[in-house]
Unconditional design. Structure first.
Length: 246
């Protein structure tokens, strides 16, 4: 069984304040992984370490000489957050390693065509937990682009044949009038009203997450959007609430 978990940027950072890491939340999530001891691929969002930088330099629209400095600035920000996540996991005994998409992935017109899946397979076989994140990657057509954690998850799920996927978000699911929608399909998504966040998210917010997960569901693999405190239940195969995208 291959498990992929995405830790949302809104959970591990304060998206309203640039550069603010939620160390306590990261530690709690790391403890959940350590307790269950489930081999997994972990992907995390950029939150307030990455989105503001990418937006300031227009990296989502491609990389040119005029904004090339933004590649380093954005990658450095998300790498700092990745270091914190990996350190927390290792402190709890999880054999985690950083796996930066900047050095391992390739995109074309903003969509992944490779994300280091062969290397990731080798790491998993050795009992190592690779920790990826939203990042700047080289793009065949645009020079460079932003690839979100939300795009990485379904890409790797298909490439690795993953059968258990969860996205951990602050809301714990897709909301309608303050309540979590238990299930979303391609047939029902048009009835969902997605709110627009005020923060500098360059990757589509909750609507972008759901669209990426629907593409995965159409290939036969459902995914859960859950609260942080339900991660242990999800990893243990217990009911975890949230929104099921299928």
């Amino acid at each position: 069984m291959t498990v992929i978990i995405k830790l949302g940027g809104s959970v591990i950072t304060d998206k309203a304040q640039p550069g603010v890491v939620r160390w306590e939340s990261i530690a709690e999530l790391a403890a959940a992984f350590a307790a269950v001891k489930t081999p997994a691929v972990i992907v995390h969002g950029a939150g307030s370490l990455g989105h503001p930088e990418a937006k300031a330099y227009g990296i989502a629209d491609g990389v040119r000489k005029e904004n090339a400095r933004g590649v380093y600035v954005t990658h450095e920000a998300v790498s700092r957050l990745n270091t914190e996540v990996v350190a927390a996991l290792r402190a709890d005994g999880v054999e985690a390693v950083s796996f930066h998409p900047f050095a391992s992935a390739l995109a074309e017109n903003g969509r992944l065509v490779f994300c280091g899946e062969e290397q990731i397979s080798c790491l998993l076989a050795a009992g190592i937990v690779p920790v990826l994140h939203g990042d700047v990657v080289c793009d065949r057509k645009q020079g460079g682009c932003i690839v979100s954690g939300d795009q990485i998850v379904p890409y790797l799920a298909k490439a690795l044949g993953a059968d258990k996927i969860a996205i951990v978000t602050a809301t714990g699911g897709v909301l309608a009038d303050g309540s979590i929608i238990p299930e979303i399909t391609r047939e029902t998504v048009s009835a969902v009203s997605f709110s627009t966040a005020d923060t500098a998210d360059v990757t589509g917010g909750m609507q972008g997450k759901v669209e990426e997960l629907l593409s995965l569901a159409e290939s036969g693999t459902p995914a859960h959007i859950i609260k942080p405190e339900m991660l242990s239940a999800f990893l243990a195969g217990k009911p975890c609430g949230g929104t099921l995208v299928k």
